[in-house]
Design a protein around this ligand. Structure first.
Ligand code: GDP
Length: 195
């Protein structure tokens, strides 16, 4: 199996703290608590992202520098859809995500994480609409697959596809807990950047 060498390169709370656009980037986005941090750690095989921190707390954009066949940044965007904070605070996160997505010329792929148990909720669908309008390629990755029995995976995947989703590939189904699908997904990302 191929491995990545990973390190945290930058934590940005504001747009002007984003690093120079020197490397291709793959950004991860999803609702808070979708399992983004745990999946990033599983991909990097290092515990760099904080798992299970207070939902909605991570409002920074974290840039992880990955050394692989191609060097790139894995970009951890703040989780959305957490209601307990004030409207102003929510707007700030949304703005940071929006600035990143609309202005980053080195962004090659947006990985949209969705909890496999829930499928695409309203704000996931809104995000899909918006990113497809901007024209950024996105890939849906279903998380926490270990919470659903294997026998139901195919049926659930197809029902989500039938309901409509925008993804450059058939969505990956992964579990950061038992690592299923993680190696294949890591390999896909490396190949995608190498294309
Ligand atoms: P984030 O807010 O999207 O970064 O989500 P985290 O990675 O912090 O995970 C949120 C919660 O879901 C934590 O309690 C994790 O232990 C749990 N979790 C994350 N990934 C998985 C997974 O693949 N399987 C299971 N069963 N739980 C997970």
């Amino acid at each position: 199996a191929q491995r990545w060498k990973a390190q945290l390169a930058m934590t940005a709370f504001k747009e002007d703290q984003f690093p120079p656009q020197t490397l291709p980037e793959v950004a991860f986005v999803g609702r808070s608590n979708v399992g983004k941090s745990m999946l990033l750690n599983a991909l990097m095989e290092r515990k760099l992202a904080h798992v299970g921190s207070t939902p909605g707390k991570t409002r920074s954009v974290n840039f992880y520098k990955i050394e692989a066949e191609v060097d790139f940044f894995l970009v951890d965007l703040p989780g959305y859809g957490y209601a307990a904070r004030g409207f102003k605070e929510k707007e700030k996160w949304a703005k940071l995500i929006e600035q990143y997505i609309t202005q980053r010329e080195t962004l090659q792929l947006l990985v949209h994480l969705v909890d496999f148990r829930h499928g695409l909720l309203k704000n996931d669908q809104e995000l899909q609409e918006w990113i497809s309008q901007i024209g950024i390629p996105s890939l849906v990755v279903f998380t926490k697959a270990d919470k659903i029995s294997k026998g139901r995976h195919k049926g659930m995947l197809h029902s989500y596809i039938r309901k409509g989703l925008k993804s450059i590939e058939v969505p990956f189904i992964v579990s950061a807990q038992d690592k299923s699908g993680v190696g294949e997904f890591r390999q896909f990302l490396t190949q995608y950047l190498n294309r």
